[in-house]
Design a protein around this ligand. Structure first.
Ligand SMILES: Cc1cc2nc3c(=O)[nH]c(=O)nc-3n(C[C@H](O)[C@H](O)[C@H](O)COP(=O)(O)OP(=O)(O)OC[C@H]3O[C@@H](n4cnc5c(N)ncnc54)[C@H](O)[C@@H]3O)c2cc1C
Length: 424
């Protein structure tokens, strides 16, 4: 039974405003739903319109950055979080489980195989099309009428004021001001608002582009996720519904431009040459999209009345499928800090607890970013770790179960998992 949160004074329009209703902003809103039910004013602002699905009368995302053609690998830890957020029931019908992971380097001896049974979990992770994940998150948010959704609306500017932040909103050409005790900046990797606030970011450009698409292999994927490192870049093939696989294929910008221009059959032939025939012959390919890759981290993630979250705070190489999973862990940790603040009758934007949040999360962020970076550089950049050493590492992992389980825990996102506390 939840106790009502103590009321806060009311000179602000909102207690918490989330700027960006993408995957991360929407997940944070869900984590704050119990507090919103008890009176905390939570507002989500999103510029890309949601459209009403005439068939089932639910709101669906129109094309927008978070809910695009990509598929995401959700860690087992993400499943535990989604269970707590009440999304897993819907999500479980549209995800494909990853039961095995196979990591190898083209033409080398070392391989590592991870198995869900060894880790004692029903699946090591799950793959979901972002569009469907968006439907589940927004569908669940729709049930929480106490959370205000201002959409389509864009935050054009923001500035610090005594006790919080003041936002300039543009809603269909109408400009207004919204004052919030805490503004959470979840406006994505090209956070123009973060820049306007002078938040600097450390950026390492990989000089690579990821081509993403769906392919149909000749053999059923059998719920195996393949991570393959080649001399031209990393490649992940993740199991999807209807026997399809989601492909994330990274390579130099030049090579990506060439491969994006190929017709479907030539593209499939090229993929086949690089991946081999372990999954039979690739027969179909979907629409191709490409994303330039970098490792990015904001130098400041909190200020009084402000938190930077999701891609606006950090983004990394997608080969290990960790970016959203990490942001989800940040989001629930932040929701817990906000709950503690409210229960202690402090403003949700009070700086000291927010600094504690960053302190805690930065360990997870650094570990996860290093894990991805090491995978990419260790295998991708010639000379970084000699081929023999890399393959010895893979072979050692294959031979030493505790080492393999450690690797699996990191990949499953349960190394440093916290699930949201639902009670007040
Ligand atoms: C190729 C690729 C594959 C990936 N695969 C995986 C994977 O398998 N697993 C995984 O965990 N992660 C993966 N990721 C990472 C994951 O996609 C990101 O972590 C995630 O999309 C970040 O979501 P976000 O909500 O922070 O940002 P975004 O998705 O960019 O959303 C930002 C939102 O803010 C809104 N917005 C922008 N400006 C404003 C404004 N001024 N006012 C209000 N709203 C605004 C936008 O409309 C948008 O809805 C992958 C990334 C890439 C590039």
């Amino acid at each position: 039974m939840s106790r009502p949160a103590p009321a806060l004074e009311t000179e602000f329009d909102s207690d918490v405003v989330i700027i960006g209703g993408g995957m991360v902003g929407a997940a944070l809103a869900l984590a704050l739903a119990p507090l919103a039910r008890s009176g905390l004013k939570v507002t989500v602002i999103e510029p890309k319109p949601l459209k009403l699905d005439e068939a089932d009368k639910t709101l669906q995302p129109s094309y927008q950055p978070s809910y695009d053609a990509r598929a995401s690998a959700l860690s087992y830890g993400a499943r535990l979080i989604f269970e707590q957020l009440g999304v897993w029931d819907d999500l479980s019908s549209v995800v494909t489980p990853i039961r095995h992971v196979h990591v190898s380097e083209k033409g080398q001896f070392g391989i590592t195989r991870l198995n869900h049974k060894e880790s004692n979990v029903p699946a090591l992770g799950y793959v979901v099309e972002n569009r469907l994940l968006g439907q589940c998150l927004l569908g669940q948010l729709e049930q929480h009428k106490e959370i205000r959704f201002r959409c389509p609306a864009e935050v054009q500017a923001m500035q610090a004021v005594e006790g919080g932040m003041s936002l300039t909103l543009n809603e269909n050409g109408e400009v207004s001001t919204l004052r919030a005790r805490l503004a959470v900046l979840a406006d994505g990797g090209r956070s123009a608002l973060g820049e306007s606030l002078g938040i600097e970011t450390d950026v390492h450009e990989y000089g690579d582009t990821a081509i993403i698409t769906n392919v149909t292999p000749g053999k059923h994927h059998d719920y195996v996720a393949w991570e393959r490192f080649t001399d031209q870049g990393a490649m992940a093939l993740l199991p999807l519904s209807e026997g399809r696989c989601a492909l994330v294929w990274t390579m130099s910008h030049e090579l990506a431009a060439e491969r994006m221009a190929l017709d479907d059959n030539t593209f499939l032939d090229t993929l086949q040459k690089r991946f081999g025939f372990r999954m039979g012959r690739f027969t179909r390919v979907g629409e191709r999209h490409c994303y330039p890759l970098s490792l990015k981290q904001a130098r400041e993630q909190v200020r009084p009345g402000l938190v930077v979250l999701g891609n606006a705070a950090h983004s990394m190489h997608p080969v290990a499928g960790q970016g959203f999973n990490l942001s989800l862990r940040d989001a629930v940790a932040l929701a817990d800090v906000i709950k503690d603040n409210v229960m202690a009758r402090k403003s949700p934007g009070a700086l000291k607890p927010l600094l504690g949040y960053v302190d805690d999360q930065q360990r997870d962020q650094l570990l996860t970013m290093r894990f991805c970076d090491l995978l990419v550089k260790g295998f991708g950049e010639p000379g970084m770790i000699p081929a023999f050493g890399r393959n010895l590492g893979l072979a050692a992992m294959e031979a030493v179960p505790p080492l393999r389980r450690l690797f699996a825990r990191e990949a499953m996102g349960v190394g440093s998992i916290k699930t949201p506390r639902t009670e007040l």
